[in-house]
Design a protein around this ligand. Structure first.
Ligand code: PLP
Length: 401
């Protein structure tokens, strides 16, 4: 049986051939250190107890479908979250819940794009954005994020990528894979470009509470309340509940001329009936109470220490440079092309996996056009990170392509 032709243009390499090879090796009895997924729970970063208790408590009454947009109490909690972050107009009617941000990314693009429509997507990006644009018949047009400037988006390049077919701009902040947290000035500049060109903004802010040192996350909707925007977030990272599949979107800046799009989005929400109901109950508890991610990201907290340790050890390897992440869960390291001369980064990752039983992700899987980056997830405890980085250093020292 043949797959649909339109899938030929869709790429999602971070779960592609590399992961298949890792599964083969595991099935053959090998133990692999897997630093390839932003999935906190397997590393002992468990979902906070009150959230689990809430889901268990509500399980009996969560057996039927809910409203397609999600249960009211959770939508109120999401609206209040945005209000407190300065997006003061958000009401429960502006909120829609989904089975993770992933589902909402696909739905919100499906509702927008016709064949040939273009969407501005960062390079590097979280590759679901590029893949989902292609799935919907659109064209992802990548704008450069500048590694030499802390991976901040290059506004001139962004503006130069706009054509008559551009419909939307994706902002991922804090960023996966780079760890950048955008300054207020950068965000204001991006939103001004969107305003001037009548673009819909997708603000993927799933890491909004995972920021280190003096970095401040600015909610895009609070900076430009007049720009049509879909802000997205969820429980997967900040509340370590990736398996619950619990996410949301909030709509701001829409005028009467934009309601057609929202009706399309509602149609798609209706067609998938509703998101998983037990996991929706987690949202009010998660957002309302004590935010247990905060001590983890402060100095002395587990995520802070792991980031610091991994960054120091990785950048001590000859020919490896890396921006010190200001947010999120990733190190996006550059292998100096003069020293390492990598021509095929996916091959590098498969060779590393086979030789050292260490699974990382190749940079080109995040839509950059040079084969000289690798992504490390720093969710593992320090002793595992040490072992992994030692294996990586050892591998690189003898590796030639
Ligand atoms: N957006 C970004 C930037 C991500 O890194 C991820 C997951 O890694 C997602 C969205 C998807 O999250 P969810 O688990 O809510 O589907």
């Amino acid at each position: 049986m043949k797959q649909a032709q339109r899938l030929k243009a869709v790429r999602y390499d971070i779960r592609g051939p590399v992961l298949r090879r890792a599964i083969e090796l595991e099935d053959a009895g090998n133990q692999i250190i897997k630093l390839n997924l932003g999935n906190p729970a397997p590393w002992g970063l468990a979902t906070p107890d009150p959230i689990v208790a809430d889901v268990v408590h509500n399980l009996k009454s969560a057996q039927g479908y809910s409203d397609a947009r999600g249960i009211y109490s959770a939508r109120v909690a999401v609206a209040q979250k945005y209000q407190l972050q300065g997006a003061t107009t958000v009401q429960p009617e502006d909120v829609m819940l989904g089975n993770g941000v992933s589902e909402l990314i696909v739905m919100s693009l499906q509702a927008l794009l016709d064949t040939g429509d273009e969407v501005l997507v960062p390079s590097p990006d979280y590759p679901l954005w590029t893949g989902a644009v292609s799935l919907c018949g659109g064209r992802a047009v990548h704008y450069r994020c500048d590694e030499s400037n802390g991976w901040q988006p290059d506004l001139e390049h962004l503006a130069s990528r706009i054509t008559a077919n551009t419909r939307a701009m994706v902002i991922i902040n804090p960023n996966n894979p780079t760890g950048a947290v955008y300054s207020r000035a950068t965000l204001a500049g991006m939103l001004d470009i969107a305003r001037r060109h009548g673009l819909l903004v997708f603000a993927d802010e799933i890491y909004d509470k995972i920021v280190y040192d003096d970095a401040v996350h600015h909610t895009a909707a609070s900076i430009a309340p007049d720009v049509p925007m879909i802000s997205m977030g969820g429980l997967s990272k900040t509340h370590r509940a990736a398996g619950f599949r619990s996410g949301w979107l909030a709509v701001t800046g829409f005028g009467p001329q934009d309601t057609d799009y929202l009706e399309g989005l509602q149609l798609l929400a209706n067609m998938r009936l509703c998101p998983n109901v037990p996991a929706q109950h987690a949202i009010q508890t998660a957002l309302g109470g004590y935010q247990s991610i905060e001590p983890l990201v402060r100095p002395g907290g587990r995520l802070y220490d792991q980031r610091e340790h991994a960054w120091q050890s990785l950048t001590a390897i000859p020919g490896v440079e890396c921006f010190r992440p200001e947010g999120a869960l990733y190190l996006f390291a550059k292998l100096d092309p003069e020293v390492h001369k990598i021509r095929d980064d996916e091959r590098l990752i498969i060779d590393l996996l086979e030789a050292k039983h260490l699974l990382l992700s190749h940079g080109s899987g995040f839509n950059i056009d040079t084969p000289d980056h690798v992504r490390f997830v720093f969710l593992a405890p320090v002793d595992v990170l040490d072992e992994a980085i030692n294996r990586f250093a050892d591998f690189l020292s003898g590796y030639r392509q």
